[in-house]
Design a protein around this ligand. Structure first.
Ligand code: FAD
Length: 463
């Protein structure tokens, strides 16, 4: 009777506690992945995430085969497909790493009940987060509403456990069970194939993740604290999609950086960002509808502007006439990723200058980011909009021109992504409207007036 490992956002063989439990059970191991196009009570994956998933599943299958096993692919409702596999194979054990959105937890509850009904032992593990949501609490036994004390409490609990090595070999289950063909799952775009830029930028899979970490620790970590806010410097790790799909675990990353040859304050800066991921997941677990419902419900009354589709499209495709916003949106469209500072600027521009509902921006990011994350994306959009936990106050409106002068002083990042401005000097790159004859749109909105209108709208909400 095999041990079935249900892989989800943990597409790796090293530091995978569910896989480890299956191997240690002494049973032959049967790894399974289920693609549920509807998202299975959670959210359906966006296009860029589907592209990533295709390649990540191929990488996981190759890695399992090298060890004597293989990945069985199924298509449909996750809990129902896994139940069918358990029945068909007469499995004795079901192992999985925990998930944290409301829909995922419901699905896991369903599969647990089904397994128990079949007399199959269920083994669940913490593999994707450094803590279990709801476990890090303040002195009154409540969840933290603010990041800094949350992170202090998380780290006060001691060092995260050491990562587990990958099993050198896996005793693969030899029986026959239906498996889909990866290509037939239709995860890749066809007409048009917009994924060319993604393929140039990324190597999905566990090996690609570890190559990124090596590169980050060797060449970027030393600059991280000083330069992580400069989009042209490329000083951040770009591990977000690898973390999202669980190709590397936060335990592996934590210890790798903690043990790196770099000053303590730099290492702490990086580990704090990993802490934000933990904080966002805690919020997701306690706010089941984080992608649609404001954490601070007073924002339910916010007077959003009516949407003009042409304006929304200009934002999506980087044609707003505001250089830093356009550079970011084009980086996103081409590579499936955007620098954190620029994410904050484009989000603020949509929510405050255009006064469009943050959910419209969140949805576009969800579809186009390779790291589109059910916790981080929603929590960070709400953070920018002012409606989230420990959020930036709404009245702090970024000026995207001042932001680009401060964080991209030479306009290098702008020149890279908005080539029609590359021939201008720095001032022209930040303010192309001061230069005659440039083939670039005029600003789609007046920054000063729209800022005031946003503040007035906020005041109306408060009244
Ligand atoms: P690094 O600076 O190298 O950080 C390492 C890791 O820490 C990241 O990979 C990520 O897992 C975590 N992290 C870093 N910054 C944050 C943060 N502010 N909040 C939560 N976790 C963080 N991140 C996502 O992973 N998925 C998303 O869908 C996402 N959507 C965002 C939307 C908006 C509007 C904003 C402002 C931020 C969003 N972020 C999201 C957070 C952040 O921008 C990215 O995690 C970061 O840019 C990824 O690049 P990196 O891996 O090089 O980051």
């Amino acid at each position: 009777a095999p041990a079935v490992v249900w892989f989800r956002d943990d597409l790796r063989v090293s530091d995978n506690p569910a896989l480890r439990a299956a191997v240690d059970s002494g049973r032959p191991v049967l790894p399974v992945y289920v693609l549920d196009d509807s998202g299975g009570g959670s959210r359906a994956l966006g296009g860029a995430s589907r592209w990533w998933l295709h390649h990540s599943l191929a990488a996981l299958d190759a890695s399992l085969r090298k060890r004597g096993s293989r990945l069985v692919l199924r298509h449909g409702d996750g809990a129902a497909e896994v139940e069918a596999v358990l029945r068909r194979t007469g499995a004795g054990l079901l192992a999985m790493n925990r998930r944290y959105s409301h829909g995922e937890q419901e699905e896991d509850h369903r599969v647990r009940r089904a397994a128990e009904g079949l007399g199959v032992e269920v083994s669940e593990h913490t593999g994707s987060l450094l803590h279990e949501p709801g476990e890090v609490l303040n002195g009154s036994g409540e969840r933290f509403a603010v990041f800094t004390p949350f992170f202090r409490a998380l780290t006060a609990a001691g060092q995260p456990r050491e990562p587990l090595p990958a099993p050198a070999s896996i005793d693969g289950w030899e029986g026959s069970v239906h498996t889909e063909d990866l290509d037939a799952l239709g995860l890749l775009p066809t007409h048009p194939d917009w994924a060319g830029g993604l393929g140039e930028e990324w190597t999905p899979g566990e090996k690609g993740a570890h190559r990124r970490v090596d590169d980050f620790v060797a060449h970027r970590l030393a600059r991280y604290a000083d330069e992580r806010d400069l989009p042209a410097a490329e000083a951040s790790s770009r591990l977000s999609p690898h973390l999202k799909f669980g190709e590397i675990s936060p335990y592996q990353l934590w210890h790798r950086v903690q043990n790196a040859d770099a000053p303590a304050d730099i290492r702490t800066k990086f580990l704090t960002e990993l802490g934000w991921r933990e904080f966002d997941y805690d919020l997701l677990e306690s706010h089941p509808h984080l992608d649609t419902v404001n954490v601070h419900r007073e924002f339910d009354a916010f007077p959003w502007a009516d949407v003009d589709d042409r304006v929304l499209h200009a934002w999506q495709r980087g044609r707003t006439g505001i250089p830093l916003v356009d550079a970011g949106m084009r980086q996103l469209w081409t590579t499936g990723w955007m620098h954190n500072r620029v994410r904050m600027v484009v989000a603020s521009f949509l929510v405050k200058n255009l006064r469009y509902d943050w959910r419209l921006g969140e949805q576009w990011f969800w579809d186009t980011l390779v790291d589109a994350d059910p916790a981080n994306n929603t929590a960070q959009w709400q953070w920018v909009a002012g409606s989230g936990a420990d959020a930036a106050p709404f009245f702090r409106v970024f000026n995207p021109v001042l932001q680009s002068q401060k964080f991209d002083p030479a306009g290098e990042y702008i020149a890279r992504w908005v080539p029609e401005l590359a021939d201008l000097d720095a001032k022209g790159r930040h303010e192309p409207w001061t230069v005659d004859g440039v083939d670039y749109p005029a600003p789609i909105v007046d920054l000063k007036r729209s800022r005031q209108e946003a503040l007035d709208a906020y005041q109306r909400m408060r009244d």
